[in-house]
Design a binder for this molecule. Structure first.
Ligand code: ADP
Ligand code: MG
Length: 263
């Protein structure tokens, strides 16, 4: 009798779980039912455990979807980063990884020579942001300008900037890699202004701020932009030799080559 009732209930759970488009509910409900009976869980404990499975699966798939949509060239995580190479930023990155900067619409600026991990850290922080529920878009400075000038030509720059405000984080990689003409500099300035005190930016650059005037073709524009960026920002400076070349550099040292050949 009890078994019949149970199997009726399970059948109904299948139906209800499908109707809710929540397939993990039926899966968790069946799997946890015996555990719950054996361990004497309260009804509330059991229901919470079942719903928790569905919610955490949804959060994880939401984060994955936001990561796919972000446009990262490669998936680089903070866990993959070897902080022994950049000990000076270990604490700062650990603090940023908690995501508080996003809630406060603060910015992050990563400066340093090529190959020191700027893009890696920007993507790693972006992946964290996805897990905290933020939408992210990643592109190089040049790509951002291309996107904005397309919108500008179509007469919908304001709409585009408004749309971008719905992203908790925009990542602008490689500021200063290519210099901007005046129109490009103006569009970039509008992007920075529209995010100011509303939502976060992460910017990376090979150039110190003193070199940005040359990029934007105008010291006054560059100064106004830097002012808005760094007013609420963490500025991290990476140092040292390129991580990309670190092994090749050693391999190609003449003394080591000679040694290898001698063996
Ligand atoms: P940048 O943007 O500063 O030019 P990248 O972030 O693109 O440098 O780093 C170059 C390559 O080296 C990438 O593949 C990156 O994952 C790797 N890399 C750089 N620094 C580190 C590090 N400290 N630990 C692990 N990988 C690193
Ligand atoms: Mg880079």
């Amino acid at each position: 009798m009890a078994t019949t009732k149970t199997s009726e209930a399970v059948k109904q759970l299948h139906h209800l779980s499908a109707a809710l488009k929540a397939p993990r509910i039926i899966e968790a409900a069946e799997r946890l039912a015996d555990t719950a009976r054996d361990a004497g869980w309260s009804y509330e404990d059991y229901l919470a455990a079942v719903l928790e499975r569905e919610v955490s699966a949804r959060n994880a798939s939401g984060a994955n979807q936001r990561i796919r949509a972000a446009g990262f060239g490669a998936r680089k995580t903070l866990d993959d980063f070897d902080f022994d190479q950049q000990p000076a930023v270990r604490q700062q990155i650990a603090a940023l990884a908690s995501g508080g900067f996003l809630a406060e619409a603060r910015n992050v600026v990563l400066l340093g020579p090529p190959g020191t991990g700027k893009t890696h850290l920007a993507i790693g922080l972006g992946i964290k942001a996805a897990h905290y529920g933020h939408r992210i878009a990643f592109a190089t400075a040049t790509e951002w300008v291309t996107r904005l000038s397309g919108a500008h030509r179509a007469g919908r720059l304001a709409a585009e900037l408004t749309k971008l405000r719905r992203y908790g984080l925009l990542i602008v990689d490689e500021v200063g890699y290519l210099p901007f003409d005046q129109d490009a500099a103006n569009l970039f300035f509008q992007l920075v202004s529209s995010r100011y005190e509303h939502a976060s930016l992460i910017l990376t650059s090979n150039l110190p701020f003193s070199g940005w005037g040359g990029v934007f073709g105008d010291q006054v524009v560059a100064a106004a932009m830097i002012d808005r960026i760094v007013h609420h920002a963490d500025v991290l400076t990476l140092k040292g030799a390129s991580y990309r070349l670190r092994n090749r550099g050693i391999d190609s040292l003449p003394s080591i080559r000679a040694e290898t050949q001698a063996n």
